[in-house]
Design a binder for this molecule. Structure first.
Ligand code: GLP
Length: 240
């Protein structure tokens, strides 16, 4: 595991974006695993900057997102499909048909999970971007006695609902379920890029990276992966 601390978020975002740009320069048809949340927004901005400067093209790339809320149409500004389009896809030349997210409106959620897993089995993700939930969740894999390997429907925990409520008009509007790639699917990526920012995540960063490997801290399973790069700002890394 490589851990890098950055003095500023600007530098962190630039470095992370550079990893995607570099990968695409040597492998234009790379498969990118993408994430939502506030953490990657600055990284997407830097990627768009590079694209605007002609330093990278996405025309042969494919993307898979980690997760999506159940019940939100893609036009809903809080859906992750909307988020990805707003922050990244509409600004770059990636063909829409190669940007995949779980469909949170699928009539048959179990079939949707199987469909998503089938796609992930056919193509290995080259680099998987991950944020970190305050309770150690990755994607929407919440702490539990057992974790799922594959894509599944998850009941979001109180702490996650509360953390996500800031984006919604009221707590009642926050979706209670999501579809998420499983920890097994995440760990199949060739490289995992875990990005964490902010003092409020310092404790969970320490537990995830240096604590015991436990399903109660899903991110701790990243310690078992051979190629993890962790990018932290000073606040998030202050307890390491
Ligand atoms: C959500 C997402 C995660 C993300 C987490 C942290 O729950 N499903 O993928 O990592 O929030 O979000 P933030 O980066 O806003 O702290």
């Amino acid at each position: 595991m490589i851990i890098r601390l950055f003095d500023t978020r600007e530098e962190l975002d630039q470095y992370a974006a550079g990893l995607f740009v570099e990968l695409l320069s040597v492998k234009p048809d790379a498969v990118l695993g993408l994430a939502t949340g506030s953490t990657p927004i600055g990284i997407y901005e830097k990627i768009v900057d590079s694209y605007n400067k002609g330093q990278v093209t996405f025309k042969d790339a494919t993307t898979y997102n980690l997760d999506e809320y159940v019940g939100l149409p893609r036009e809903n500004e809080q859906s992750y499909a909307y988020f990805m389009n707003h922050h990244l896809f509409r600004h770059i030349d990636i063909p829409a048909e190669r940007t995949y997210l779980p469909n949170g409106l699928a009539a048959d959620p179990a079939a949707e999970c199987a469909r998503y897993d089938g796609m992930l089995l056919s193509r290995q993700v080259d680099i998987q971007l991950l944020g970190l939930g305050h309770n150690g969740h990755i994607g929407f894999n919440e702490p539990d006695r057992e974790l799922h390997a594959g894509t599944h429907i998850v009941d979001l925990q109180k702490e996650t609902l509360e953390a996500n409520a800031r984006f919604f008009a009221s707590m009642d509007d926050v979706p209670k379920q999501a579809i998420t790639m499983g920890v097994g699917s995440i760990l199949k990526a060739k490289t995992i890029l875990l990005v964490v920012k902010g003092a409020d995540k310092a404790e969970i960063v320490k537990r995830a990276l240096q604590g015991p490997i436990t399903t109660e801290v899903p991110a701790s399973l990243l310690q078992t992966h051979a190629n993890v790069i962790v990018l932290l700002d000073q606040e998030a890394g202050r307890l390491l």
